[in-house]
Design a protein around this ligand. Structure first.
Ligand code: NAP
Length: 292
């Protein structure tokens, strides 16, 4: 068996075209341009490259974006002040603070300072808690991208065994919770899981987000499984690979995402989606007289 290789770039392009139409409607009907503020603290090359990708994607989708750059020496109070003014800025519908932050700044106090209504990354405690009850305001972008890939490929989730390898707050845990909301039976594995293969072999759908190249080899994948590789690792020779032995596992799986070109393009696409949804809610609130 050779798996269907899921083209995340193509799915993302299709969704982005649909989102562009929604932006055009917002502009034409309500005179509102969705706006995203991206805050970058410090000068890490990797963070700068992620931020540039997000700004470029906004431009292409017709979304207004503002890049707010603060030096690595900026204080937590300075950053909180910037967030506070963006929270009340009517031209801004989404606020994103690029992580990681310098060590002297507390990540949780920064994330909790973002208005829940503008937390388009979905990292605020309220949104995280909402994943448990199914009442998030915004779903976190990478897990949402995974969900959208499964939807696009018409892969049913209800009643299936889902194994998520990786238990981080931004990928593994929210992915597991989102798929549990869709009535999957979910197992989460992490570094201390004993005998990883014992669990992964149960998976109808295997989502891997560990940051360990070649962690998932064919011997620990069930024949016919759907394999979603979130991992993004740069090897010493410069190559980008996921966490899955792609060449080996694609001969055993029914569907597989490549790296690059799988989950990656979907993450930024979901950020655009959340920003547009936020602007649409804003437009509805104005129309119904709840806001001026
Ligand atoms: P993270 O915060 O480092 O978390 C990694 C998780 O994997 C942790 O829960 C860790 O377990 C677990 N883990 C590590 N080694 C393991 C092993 N040998 N067996 C089982 N579990 C193991 O990383 P992250 O932010 O979630 O990101 C994970 C990967 O996804 C990275 O490669 C990252 O670059 C990539 N990523 C991609 C996108 C995208 O858009 N494509 C977005 C975000 C992240 P413990 O909890 O026990 O430490």
């Amino acid at each position: 068996m050779s798996a269907k290789i899921i083209d995340g770039k193509a799915i993302a392009a299709k969704l982005r075209a649909e989102y562009h139409v929604r932006v055009d409607v917002l502009k034409a009907k309500h005179g509102i341009t969705p706006g995203l503020a991206v805050i970058l603290v410090g000068d890490s090359a990797a963070s700068r490259s992620y931020v540039s990708g997000k700004i470029k994607a906004c431009r292409e989708a017709g979304i207004h974006s503002e890049l707010i750059e603060l030096p690595a020496t900026a204080s937590e109070v300075e950053l909180l002040d910037r967030i506070e003014s963006l929270n009340t800025d009517p031209a801004i519908h989404g606020i994103l603070v690029q992580l990681p932050l310098p060590a002297h700044i507390g990540v949780s106090s920064v994330i909790e300072a973002i208005s829940v209504e503008k937390d388009v990354d979905g990292f605020h405690l309220y949104n995280m808690g909402g994943l448990v009850t199914g009442s998030t305001v915004f779903s976190p972008c990478t897990p949402y991208g995974v969900q959208k890939i499964l939807e696009h490929e018409n892969i049913p989730v209800e009643g299936r065994n889902v194994v998520v390898v990786g238990a981080s707050n931004i990928v593994g845990k929210p992915t597991a919770l989102m798929l549990m909301q869709q009535d999957a039976t979910v197992v989460i594995c992490h570094k201390k899981t004993r005998d990883l293969g014992h669990f992964t072999l149960l998976a109808d759908i295997l989502v891997v987000a560990a940051g360990v190249p070649n962690l998932i080899v064919p011997q620990i994948v069930r024949t016919g499984a759907v394999v979603i590789d979130v991992g993004f690792n740069r090897l010493p020779d410069g190559r980008i690979v996921g966490d899955v032995d792609f060449e080996g596992v694609k001969e055993k799986a029914s569907y597989i995402t490549p790296v690059p070109g799988g989950v990656g393009p979907m993450t930024v696409t979901m950020l655009l989606h959340n920003t547009i949804v936020s602007a649409e809610r804003f437009a509805t609130a104005i129309t119904s007289g709840f806001r001026r």
